[in-house]
Structures are given as structure tokens and as C-alpha cells.
Design a protein around this ligand. Structure first.
Ligand SMILES: [Ca+2]
Ligand SMILES: [Ca+2]
Length: 90
């Protein structure tokens, strides 16, 4: 009996983990957008140090807020520079 319950729990956890990974990109924006107005303000960006530090880069149109497009561009850029950092040119 106990073994079956355990197995079911593991399957449920694995499924939940998969769902989290798949939706991580959109989730990040939604989580940062604390007041859900569709933009990330400077105050909201403080919880993401990468975004806060890279604010000037992320806010491409310099309107003081980061929209979904700017956020995904920033994320893509970060992923790229992360790759370069882990594989430095010889
Ligand atoms: Ca907001
Ligand atoms: Ca902007």
C-alpha cells in the first residue's frame, strides 16, 4: 500500500516539475509584474537582480517600464551572454 502511494506521489511531482520548466519563461514575467499591469517597473525589477542591474539595457525604449517584448529580448540576450561566459573564446 505504502509503495503505491509513494510511486503516485513521485509521478505527480515529476509532472508538476515538467510543467514548471515548460512555462518558466512566461512565469518569470508574470511573477515580476507584481501588480499585473503588463509592465515591470523599476520597483518590481528589484526582486530580479539580473534585471535590476541590466535595467538600462532591458528598457530598450527608455519609457521607465519593461514590457513583455523587452523582457523576452533581455532574457534572450542574457542567455546568449551566459553561453559566451561559460564557453570563452580561445
Ligand atoms: Ca507592474
Ligand atoms: Ca520600456
Amino acid at each position: 500500500m505504502k509503495k503505491v502511494t509513494m510511486k503516485r506521489t513521485l509521478v505527480a511531482l515529476a509532472a508538476a516539475g515538467f510543467a514548471v520548466v515548460v512555462s518558466a519563461g512566461e512565469d518569470a514575467f508574470t511573477k515580476l509584474d507584481a501588480d499585473a499591469d503588463g509592465h515591470i517597473s523599476v520597483e518590481e525589477s528589484i526582486s530580479d537582480e539580473r534585471l535590476y542591474q541590466g535595467w538600462a539595457t532591458a528598457d530598450a525604449n527608455d519609457d521607465g517600464e519593461i514590457d513583455a517584448a523587452e523582457f523576452s529580448a533581455f532574457e534572450a540576450n542574457e542567455a546568449k551572454s551566459g553561453e559566451q561566459a561559460s564557453h570563452p573564446p580561445k
